[in-house]
Design a protein around this ligand. Structure first.
Ligand code: EPU
Length: 357
């Protein structure tokens, strides 16, 4: 199935809910369709943008080109060993449905990525991540249509060059050349939970679970009465922590983290601690740390900043929300104010995580 819509509204395809238009919108449901699409005169040699659910995009204007959307569905185990199962997922499958499906089937690895908006294709491009797990930890290979060579190719996880919210597919020339059609994921059949995040631990303890895993010896008393964590419990804990901090885009337009967490030299971080001893960090390597942008924005005093209907989300300042009729311009102006305020206060440069189109 291929669907062509001219002068199409992109409102349902961007979670900020901005009312922008595309010259042409094309949706397709099979890998083979891409050949026909890129040979069609309405598409060939035109600028194009491939979107998922538009949960990480900010359209600054109408899009004069072709917007493509994959409706390639399907989740299929291709091989099942004692320890590992390989799962093929269509690029148009909803990411959170994949997480739910894995939990339902007892496959471990993506439960911490529960609740992230968007589709499988975008997960592979963006290397989504949350609560100590990234897409790169489970991916084995990505299948793509190579427009230049007019054929389907498999790209190994290593060739994808995954980094913090980035990959090969985000490089300009690759964006013009490859369309992700599916992914091959490797999931574990035995429990191995990632519990590094404090608020996840707290959510599990609150629900009466023990944090001891596998061969770890149980301590008596309280732990004896505690239940062992299940895959379902892990997913529910993650979803509840997300719910308590992140606005639902269906209720209030937003694109999740608006900024990346900046990576700075450890020396610089140590110097900042003199004034701000509570500044949190994640260790990156021996000489670098990542500082939560949300913390910087809040502590620089931007928690209640607004420009028109665009506002900082006070429960997680990393998120910019559309409280009603915000325009792209309102959002851009607010983002600019935030960047400047954080720069003045901490000398740290915030970079958007959201893609400006
Ligand atoms: N914090 C504040 N004020 C805020 C926000 C955060 O003080 O307004 C503090 C928190 O108290 C905590 C620290 O900053 O000490 C980190 O906050 P959190 O655990 O919420 O995570 P994050 O670093 O702000 C990242 C991802 C999120 C992901 C969470 C959980 C980035 C840019 N963001 O946020 O991803 O859900 O970790 O793993 O890496 C997304 O990509 O859209 C997204 C939401």
């Amino acid at each position: 199935m291929i669907k062509f819509v001219e002068n199409a509204s992109l409102r349902p395809y961007n979670t900020f809910g901005l009312d922008v238009k595309a010259d042409l919108f094309v949706e397709y449901s099979a890998e083979e369709d891409l050949r026909a699409i890129f040979h069609d005169e309405r598409v060939a040699r035109k600028p194009f943008l491939h979107i998922g659910q538009g949960s990480n995009l900010l359209f600054t204007d109408d899009y004069h080109g072709v917007v493509l959307h994959s409706a390639i569905k399907g989740i299929r185990p291709t091989s099942q060993g004692e320890e590992v199962v390989l799962l093929e997922c269509g690029a148009g499958e909803t990411w959170d449905y994949v997480c739910e499906w894995c939990v339902e089937h007892g496959f471990y690895g993506v439960e911490n990525l529960s609740g992230i908006p968007g589709e499988v294709g975008a997960a592979a491009v963006q290397n989504i991540g949350a609560y100590g797990v990234e897409f790169k930890d489970v991916v084995v290979a990505v299948s793509v249509y190579d427009i230049e060579q007019d054929k389907h190719v498999i790209v190994s996880a290593e060739q994808c060059q995954y980094g913090y919210r980035t990959s090969l597919f985000k490089q300009a020339e690759c964006k013009r050349r490859f369309v992700v059609t599916g992914t091959l994921l490797s999931l574990a059949r035995k429990a191995q939970f990632k519990l590094d995040y404090g608020n996840i631990k707290a959510a599990l303890l609150e629900r009466g679970f023990t944090l001891l895993q596998g061969s770890e010896k149980r301590k008596p008393a309280r732990a004896e009465r505690a239940k062992a964590i299940t895959l379902r419990a892990m997913r529910e804990a993650i979803l509840s922590v997300r719910d308590s901090k992140l606005p639902d885009p269906k209720v209030m337009g937003n694109a999740g983290s608006f900024f990346k967490n900046p990576i700075i030299a450890r020396e610089r971080y140590d110097a900042l601690l003199a004034n701000d001893p509570d500044m949190p960090k994640y260790d990156v390597d021996e000489t670098h740390v990542k500082v939560p942008a949300g913390w910087l924005i809040e502590h620089a005093g931007c928690r209640d900043r607004r420009v028109g209907d665009a506002g900082v989300y006070p429960l997680q300042c990393l998120v910019i929300v559309n409280r009603g009729k915000a325009s792209a311009n309102d959002i851009i102006q607010l983002a600019r104010i935030i960047v400047e305020t954080v720069r003045e206060r901490y000398g740290i440069e915030l970079e958007p995580e959201v893609n400006f189109i």
